[in-house]
Design a protein around this ligand. Structure first.
Ligand code: AMP
Ligand code: MG
Length: 394
């Protein structure tokens, strides 16, 4: 069998980032759009504020009017337009958010006034005009949110304030998860000798949900060539992206790459010079995308984070830039082989990166203590404590 070409991390990232994808837009009710991404630019349909309004409970009057007392001509509540214009010697009682009456150019807050016999006297200087001018926050037609932006609570608040009940969002891709391995049982079932729990389906589903994709759990397939081809074919009826876990290495029971080929996929790469996760497979068939990930749980997690998440976010219209920051390594790092780019779990706080105990690609407890991955460049076997390193937050 011919040796599979070994791609660098950068080369694999380049293939993935150049892979054409189509963002599918769909309109969603405002709250249902939360945690999705915008599929179109949003221009404000309104000026904000929409009219000159009072920023205080107080009295609207003419600032150049030097009267000692102002006759109160009406009370203006928020939500009801004023009936009367303010003229010299007169004022209107006005509430916060109420429309400013014609003529008035200033509001004195209630705390700076005294009221008696239908008249208001200013008793203390109020240095603020206390008027929010029409359009001072936003002009009608102004671009307020760009396509691809995430819809979090602040964006939902803004869209609600603009009166938008429906939002154009990118439809989350349906991503199937198919686990291979005859040794696997799902949590909740007792283990027989030699069995282990299937954690990858759950870690992938959780990562997909955090990414904003829709996870479709498609169960487990035994390590059997024909069963794997069949499982792939039926999985594709339920998803546009398929992630297979396990069965991609060089073992006697690793059938995934051949099964993907048999199912009509073109494989764009099968091996990345990365640790963990070297035997990672990426293929496509028409508009279907498939990944085969090595079964070791940390490999699965890291490969998703580094290679799959950016592609899924592109399907969501989002130009994702992972958060990579310099940090000071607090302890010596060393490894026996330096050939591949490594991603090593670290706990990073306030610019300091602590290595967490890490025994290799099956050590999930290590990941649970980490919030970032230290990127160790290919060719490097040791990094001294005190060095500045790149960490990528997860
Ligand atoms: P494989 O890539 O299938 O050779 O699996 C590599 C290692 O990962 C083996 O020790 C498997 O038992 C383990 N493994 C494979 N799939 C899973 C899974 N879904 N959850 C947890 N461990 C797994
Ligand atoms: Mg396996």
């Amino acid at each position: 069998m011919a040796e599979k070409p070994l791609l660098s991390v950068d080369e694999a990232e380049k293939i993935l980032s150049a892979f054409p994808v189509q963002v599918i837009a769909e309109s969603q009710p405002l709250l249902a759009s939360q945690n999705r991404y915008l599929a179109a630019d949003i221009h404000s349909p309104l000026a904000m504020p929409e009219f000159d309004k009072s920023a205080m409970d107080g009295f609207a009057y003419i600032s150049a009017d030097g009267s000692s007392a102002y006759q109160i001509i009406e009370t203006i509540a928020a939500g009801t337009p004023p009936r009367l214009a303010v003229t010299p010697g007169h004022c209107s009682r006005i509430m916060t958010g109420a429309m400013l009456p014609a003529g008035a150019d200033r509001v004195v807050k209630r705390e700076c006034t005294r009221e008696a016999n239908g008249s208001m006297t200013i008793t203390a200087e109020d240095r603020n005009r206390n008027i929010r001018r029409k359009g001072e926050d936003l002009q009608a037609g102004q671009l307020v949110l760009a396509a691809g932006e995430p819809l979090r609570a602040a964006q939902i608040a803004l869209l609600a304030s603009l009166g938008m009940a429906e939002v154009p969002t990118a439809r989350p891709p349906r991503v199937g998860i198919l686990t291979t391995g005859s040794e696997l049982v799902d949590p909740g079932t007792p283990l027989a000798p030699g069995q282990i729990y299937n954690s990858n389906s759950y870690s992938l589903a959780a990562q997909l949900q955090e990414t904003g994709a829709q996870a479709v759990l498609l169960g487990r397939v035994d390590d059997n060539a024909a069963a794997t081809v069949e499982a792939i074919a039926s999985a594709l009826e339920h998803c546009s992206v398929l992630i297979l876990s396990g069965g991609v290495s060089a073992g006697d029971f690793d059938f995934v790459p051949a099964a993907l080929t048999a199912a009509g996929f073109t494989l764009h790469f099968e091996k990345i010079s990365v640790q963990p996760g070297m035997p990672t497979v990426f293929g496509s068939r028409g508009d279907k995308i498939a990944f085969g990930l090595p079964g070791n749980p940390v490999s699965t997690f890291v490969i998703f984070e580094i290679f799959i998440k950016p592609l899924l976010l592109r399907l969501l219209g989002h130009a994702y830039r992972p958060l990579v920051q310099p940090a000071m390594l607090t302890t010596d790092f060393s490894r026996s082989h330096g050939g591949r780019t490594a991603f090593v779990p670290v706990s990073c706080r306030e610019g300091r990166a602590d290595l967490v105990p890490y025994h290799g690609s099956a050590h999930l407890h290590s990941l649970s203590q980490a919030n970032a991955l230290l990127r160790v460049p290919a060719g490097l076997t040791a990094i001294k404590a005190g060095s500045t390193v790149d960490v990528r937050f997860i």
